[in-house]
Every structure is written in structure tokens, then in C-alpha cells.
Design a protein around this ligand. Structure first.
Ligand code: GDD
Ligand code: MN
Length: 376
């Protein structure tokens, strides 16, 4: 049993007792993989180890993270079945003997303790957390075509030879250690055992924005391999969201009748549609915020620095728009593929090429001057 811990000092003694109880008939060891918790969970573990047989603590000082901790725990485990359980008492250790049996009888290579399969449940988990979990599960099922109903589970068991075969390929980033196994190894026989999820009593969740972000990166990587920079995919995703926000605001603006206005500056300019201005403004802010808080989370700006950063961002967006228009007019002028696609078809293509070139120029400008990225 590997249990990853970060500030679980109050939960650990209960977990260890519960595991001992549930696994009375099953020979086992417990490995606490702790990231040098400020609440000294590691010390609680070491204390427990003086009175509990086969309990050990791996106190990790480097490369903190849930998946990395689990992998470290697994690497020192001695059993023929390696199991993982979160330390926060949200999972039911009572199903462990059944999980072990399924692997020993060779009915499964990997067994997932599942909240989402018949007989399981999420307890009275907050609606917001259920939603996050639902979206993450949906993404895994649609994008990675994973068939497991609860691929986000922090509760699973895997046969040792499967672990030894797959571990070298696993990316130890983020929370999604189970997904790394089932996402990379398509031939695994996976069985789910239902259980009822419980609420956290002590301590708090470590799931935050950076976890969600690294989850999306991990999914992109599992799907596409390492050829494409996953941050670029997030960037494109944010762009798509921006487009959607733009058309939504525009439609709403038209529906409620945001007025047109005239500047009197230039005839070609006037009249200006209020809903157009509004939709560009709102979507620019949304795209900036999402990129700052999400795509470039590690390099994000905060406090007063947000203002100059936003100004630079707007400047780059203007450059991008100029590039877009420039490429479009150039292609229109040379009439690229005009004879093949016809007037409307060619215009659509020219616009699309312009948008893609602008996107790449923007990506280059943003990552070079605004959210400068460290070399990995
Ligand atoms: N060593 C280590 N390092 N342990 C960690 C870290 C870390 O950086 N972050 C979290 N943990 C431990 C926690 O102490 C806990 O035992 C377990 O990992 C799960 O962390 P939680 O913070 O309780 O996660 P959660 O309950 O919000 O998330 C649950 O739902 C997710 C999505 O449905 C877990 O079951 C996740 O595994 C699951 O993906
Ligand atoms: Mn939890």
C-alpha cells in the first residue's frame, strides 16, 4: 500500500489503523510517501512505524507532487501487487481484499476503486468538485478513449509486472497517476470495484488551478506524444474560448440593442457597432486572464503588474490583427487558389491562413516578450 501525503498528520494514524483492519487477512506493507509536509506528517508516520509492523516513510525533499510521490513509494514497495490509496480517508479500504483477489485470480491487471460504477457513489461531495471531476473524466473518456468510469480515482491496485513495464514511460507530473497507467497501456485488463466516497474530515484538498492545468497538459501529452508543445495547445484552447466569448457577447449585445455610434473622425470607420467594440473588449480581457492564470501559470503576473502586462498583451493582439489583415489582403491580391476554390472559398481559405499565421506570430510574441518561459 502506497499512500501519498501532504499535510495529513491528523488522518494518517486513522488510515493506518483502517488499513490494518481491512487487510487483517492479507499480508501487506504500508509506505507513506510524504513531501516533507510542513505539518510533519512524516514524523507522525515515523512514530507509527515504531509500533506498526511493515510501515515505512519515504520523506521526499525534491520533485514534490502527488504522482511523483506515488511512483517513489512504488519503487521501494516489495509486494507482488502495488496499491495506492489517498491518505485523507475519503476511500473505503474495505474493498481492498476484493481488489487484491481480482488481481491474484488473474481476472485483472489493474483494479480501480470506483465512485462512478454501479454500487459506488460520490457521497455528499460538493457540487463544484463533482463538476470538476466530471469534466476531467469526460475529457479522459472522449479524448483518451479511456473506458474506466472513474479514471481520476486516487485508489487503485496494479500487478507488479505491469508497474515494472509501464513505470519508465510514466510522466510523474500532476495528480493523474492512474490515468498514466490506463492511458499509456491500452491492453490492460481493468476492473472496477465500487465504493462510496467519503468527505474529508481533517485537512484540506490540494487540488488547485495548477493541478487542473497540469491535468490538461498530461491529457494532451498522452494523446499526442511529445511532438507538440502542450502549452501551445492550451494557448489555442484559450483562443477558441475567446472566439466563443466574442460571438456570445456580440449576439447578446445585438439582442439587447447596444447602440451604434459615430466618431466623426473618418468616414470609413463610422458608424461603429457598440456590440462589436464590447465583444472585442470582453474577449480580449477573457483571453488575457485565461492565459495569465492558466496557460502561462508559472510566469503569471499579479497585482499592479497586471496593468502593464495587459497593455503589452493588447499591443501584441493589435500586431496579430495587422498580420491577419496583411496576410489576408496579400493572398487576396495574388488570388491564391482562386480558380480552384471560387471567390467565397478562396476568401475563406485566405482568412483562415491569415488567422493561423497571426496565431503563431502572437504565440511567438507572447512567449518571447510577455510570458517568457524558462528553458526546460
Ligand atoms: N506526497 C504528496 N505530494 N502527496 C500529495 C500531494 C503532493 O504534492 N498533493 C496531494 N497529496 C496527497 C494528499 O495528502 C492526499 O492524501 C492525496 O494525495 C489526495 O490529495 P487531495 O488533495 O485530497 O485530492 P482530492 O481529494 O481533492 O482529489 C481527489 O479527487 C481527484 C479528482 O477526482 C483524489 O482522489 C485525486 O486522486 C483525484 O484525482
Ligand atoms: Mn482527497
Amino acid at each position: 500500500m502506497v499512500t501519498p501525503t501532504y499535510n495529513e498528520a491528523d488522518n494518517l494514524p486513522i488510515l493506518v489503523a483502517d488499513l490494518g483492519e481491512a487487510l487483517r487477512q492479507v499480508p501487506h506493507e504500508v509506505i507513506v510517501a510524504d513531501d516533507d509536509s510542513p505539518d510533519r506528517t512524516w514524523e507522525v508516520g515515523e512514530q507509527l512505524a515504531t509500533t506498526t509492523a511493515n510501515l515505512s516513510v519515504v520523506r521526499r525533499f525534491h520533485d514534490h507532487g502527488l504522482s511523483a510521490a506515488v511512483l517513489d513509494g512504488m519503487s521501494v514497495a516489495r509486494g507482488s501487487i502495488l496499491a495506492v490509496i489517498d491518505a485523507d480517508l475519503q476511500h473505503d479500504p474495505g474493498i481492498l481484499p476484493e481488489m487484491v483477489r481480482l488481481i491474484e485470480s488473474d481476472e485483472a491487471d489493474l483494479v480501480v476503486g470506483s465512485r462512478a460504477t454501479a454500487g459506488g457513489g460520490y457521497g455528499d461531495w460538493a457540487a463544484s468538485r463533482r463538476f470538476v471531476s466530471w469534466v476531467a473524466t469526460f475529457i479522459a473518456r472522449v479524448i483518451l478513449r479511456v473506458r474506466v468510469s472513474d479514471p481520476m480515482s486516487g485508489f487503485f491496485a496494479v500487478r507488479r509486472d505491469v508497474y515494472e513495464r509501464d513505470a519508465p514511460r510514466i510522466n510523474p507530473r500532476g495528480f493523474k497517476i492512474l490515468l498514466e497507467f490506463i492511458g499509456r497501456d491500452r491492453n490492460l485488463r481493468v476492473v472496477e470495484v465500487p465504493y462510496e466516497f467519503r468527505n474529508r474530515i481533517h485537512g484540506e484538498t490540494k487540488l488547485n488551478r495548477s493541478v487542473i492545468r497540469s491535468y490538461l497538459l498530461a491529457v494532451a501529452e498522452l494523446r499526442l506524444g511529445r511532438q507538440v508543445d502542450p502549452a501551445f495547445l492550451l494557448y489555442v484552447l484559450v483562443g477558441v474560448v475567446g472566439l466563443a466569448v466574442n460571438s456570445l457577447v456580440f449576439s447578446i449585445g445585438e439582442a439587447v440593442g447596444v447602440p451604434q455610434f459615430t466618431t466623426g473622425l473618418n468616414e470609413a470607420l463610422d458608424p461603429i457597432y457598440g456590440s462589436f467594440v464590447l465583444s472585442v473588449a470582453v474577449s480580449t480581457v477573457v483571453v488575457f486572464v485565461l492565459n495569465n492564470e492558466f496557460t502561462f501559470w508559472e510566469q503569471r503576473y499579479s497585482g499592479w503588474k497586471l496593468l502593464p502586462a495587459f497593455a503589452v498583451f493588447v499591443g501584441m493582439t493589435v500586431v496579430g490583427t495587422l498580420v491577419h489583415v496583411g496576410v489576408f489582403s496579400y493572398l487576396q491580391n495574388i488570388g491564391l487558389l482562386l480558380s480552384v476554390l471560387g471567390d467565397a472559398g478562396a476568401r475563406t481559405l485566405h482568412n483562415l491562413v491569415g488567422a493561423v499565421v497571426a496565431l503563431i506570430v502572437n504565440w511567438y510574441l507572447n512567449t518571447t516578450y510577455l510570458w517568457r518561459r524558462r528553458v526546460r
